[in-house]
Design a protein around this ligand. Structure first.
Ligand code: PA5
Length: 443
């Protein structure tokens, strides 16, 4: 279902270094299996593909109830509580939706006043429901959005009907959202304790919005289960070993930036999800690749210049979807005034693939190497496979790097300052300190 091609990754190969990395990866694999590495309380994602099968019916039932009755489903969440479902939905739904589809709108993933105002106005004439998602149940961005849109819903349809339209996905026992959900009697789904936010796409966090969008979640889980089985192999033939070896090899050779590249724009949010997965997992202790992304050929007309000739500190990981879901032909014209008749026996995808081949060679010549991940086609099973492949690779890679791939201590720093500046109760000392600091900086 997926193949890692390293033909464009190295100018010369160093078998000794590769073997040393494969040995480290195998060790990391054993650590994951034994469950005794750093952060091993958060290995619950490993078994989700199989475990979540028993929840499919309930998730589908709730999704159907919401999607059949309403125009819009508001999905409220941030980070791991929104990127996974957005990635799956965008990669599998048509670019332009039909009238029958429920519209999935994400909110609570930033603090934009204009976005909230526009959304409030947009919802005026719409029938809508809410899936609020927060593992901690205390994250500020989604909490603000939920307070706002819950109030709007209650005002529109009354508290009793609002209750029927709100589903909370959160911790099984703690957090403000859990308390609120219990008090109000909302339908709830549990985020398991041993699954961190960025590894939660295959829990109800990802599956409920994805099911509401009309996507086959059983196929998504089947794909992930296939990946789990394939990636169990402890040898360099394992495709995750190949990917992890190549990115560490390049990291050891002064490549500090990994750009995830997609030639199918539907994968934009798979790249956003991937950036969070790897960035939050590996960027610690002054280590780790910086994760960026670009969509080609679009960004060949912007970042392409830098990738070809700028500072030589980056490599690319290309997701190549081998077969488009639909062929699109270039038609010949009699006059050929635009001179494009030479393309007229080709499909648009053939041209996209030639652009990719040409770019791979050009970037290799310019010392921007590429790891290519070939994926047969874009469907739920293949996306499930791809997501699990990245999760597993990320865990292996984090252990090879020598960090805990399952925590995110650095995320707290901005929150502490923000709460101090907002004068949140309980942050009185921090408020005093930060205001003094700002005063001194200005003096
Ligand atoms: O990966 C993570 O843990 C984070 O990105 C969280 O998902 C994000 O901060 C949202 O947290 P919560 O679901 O607790 O609101």
């Amino acid at each position: 279902m997926l193949n890692v091609d390293l033909s464009y990754a190295f100018k010369t190969r160093d078998e000794k270094k590769e073997q040393a990395l494969f040995d480290a990866i195998k060790k990391a694999h054993h650590t994951i299996e034994r469950g005794d590495g750093a952060g091993s309380d958060f290995l619950g994602w490993l078994d989700l593909p199989n475990q979540m099968l028993s929840d499919v019916n309930r998730i589908n039932d709730v999704a159907k109830r919401l999607s059949e009755k309403h125009d819009v489903l508001l999905v409220i969440g941030i980070g791991g509580s929104y990127l996974g479902s957005k990635a799956v939905i965008e990669s599998l739904k048509p670019y332009f939706s039909t009238d029958q589809d429920i519209e999935i709108i994400f909110v609570g993933h930033h603090i934009s006043s204009d976005y909230m105002s526009d959304l409030k106005a947009y919802l005026k004439e719409k029938s809508f429901a809410i899936n609020v998602i927060s593992k901690s149940g205390t994250t500020t961005e989604p909490a603000i959005a939920f307070r706002t849109f819950k109030a709007l819903l209650e005002e529109k349809v009354g508290p009793q009907e609002a209750k029927n339209r709100i589903v909370a996905t959160t911790d099984q026992s703690k957090g403000a959202l859990k308390t609120l959900a219990d008090e109000k009697g909302y339908e709830t789904f549990v985020i398991p304790d041993d699954v961190g936010g960025r590894y939660s796409v295959l829990t109800a966090v990802g599956l409920l919005p994805v099911a509401a969008a009309g996507i086959d979640i059983e196929a998504l889980l089947t794909g992930a289960q296939k990946a789990k089985e394939a990636l169990n192999e402890k040898s360099p033939k394992n495709q995750a070993y190949q990917y992890v070896m190549a990115r560490h090899y390049l990291y050891q050779h002064e490549k500090m930036i990994e750009m995830l590249i997609y030639y199918e724009p539907k994968l934009k949010f798979v790249a956003e999800w991937w950036k969070q997965l790897f960035g939050e997992s590996e960027g610690k202790e002054n280590k780790g690749l910086f994760n960026a992304s670009a969509g080609f050929t679009t960004d060949l007309h912007s970042l392409g210049q830098y990738i070809q000739e700028g500072h030589r500190h980056l490599f690319e990981t290309i997701i190549n979807i081998k077969q488009p879901n639909q062929d699109f032909n270039i038609e010949p014209t009699k006059e050929d005034l635009d001179g494009l008749n030479y393309l007229s026996d080709m499909t648009v995808d053939t041209i996209n693939k030639k652009a990719m081949q040409g770019t791979l060679l050009a970037h290799m010549d310019g010392d921007a190497p590429s790891i290519v991940i070939d994926v047969e086609r874009l469907d739920a099973e293949h996306i499930g496979y791809l997501l699990y492949f990245f999760e597993f690779s990320c865990a292996l890679s984090g252990y090879v790097l020598g960090i805990n791939p399952f925590d995110q201590p650095g995320v707290e720093a901005y929150k502490k300052n923000m709460f101090a500046l907002l004068k949140k109760p309980g942050f009185e000392n921090e408020t005093k300190a930060i205001l003094n600091r700002i005063k001194k900086t200005r003096e």
